[in-house]
Design a protein around this ligand. Sequence first.
Ligand code: ZN
Length: 271
Amino acid sequence: MKLLFLAAAILATPALAQAPKPIPLVSLIRLDCGTGTIKDFNAFFSDSFDYKSGPREITDSCYLIRHANGNLLWDTGFPASLKGKSMDMGPLVARLDRTIVEQLATLGLRPTDVDIVGISHMHGDHVGQAKNFPAAKLVIGKRDLELSKGKDDAFGPWRKAGAKVETMDGADVDIFGDGRVVAMNLPGHTPGHMALLVRLASGPVLLSGDLYHSNEARAKRGIPPFNTSRAETLASIDRFERVARNLGAKVIIQHEPADIAKLPAFPAAAQ
Ligand SMILES: [Zn+2]
């Protein structure tokens, strides 16, 4: 009798009687942030003659990661001012068909719905539309933020007093504090370069940043001559591949056209 009473009391306790809190789900949507033609793929992307010389297409992709505790925009592509145009940028010709803000509108989101802008590294094809989200918190490698200070500073809004900035200084950044979305410290392409680990219910995904620019680079461990540190890049490749192997993660190389098909077509989300 006493036991029955105890059981009834436990069931009546709100915290225990309620269904367990659902685990926050994470989803991942690929955004189109431009395309480019590299005039000489081998000369631009290999310091050791790894590839065939001549032109080759790349994509410029960004990602929206939706988490129960906020929306993260990972990388921001070419600038919105490039829309409908093509621009010769020296080693590459860049194009942009649609802006991130337009793609967010298709999803029913406003720019202010982006809570966090995460930047894999400071290069122009990753920072172009950051300024369109000045109210968001910026997450970026500390050295990359320092090095990009100057005339064409993409991060002006975050250099003002009171701006929300979290810099990665040698240790990974757990974006939402639950291990589901982690910006990984993988220096070498630039001093503060990061890749993103997203742990979806369907399995983990690794967004490469520019640790690699193509599947061929991954297979051959090709390293661009403009990387800030060859040795750091090789160490970062070692860590990235260990994580990919140990977690069984799906690797998405952000500039690889063949990897677009690894995620559902926009506006669908991987979950
Ligand atoms: Zn890039």
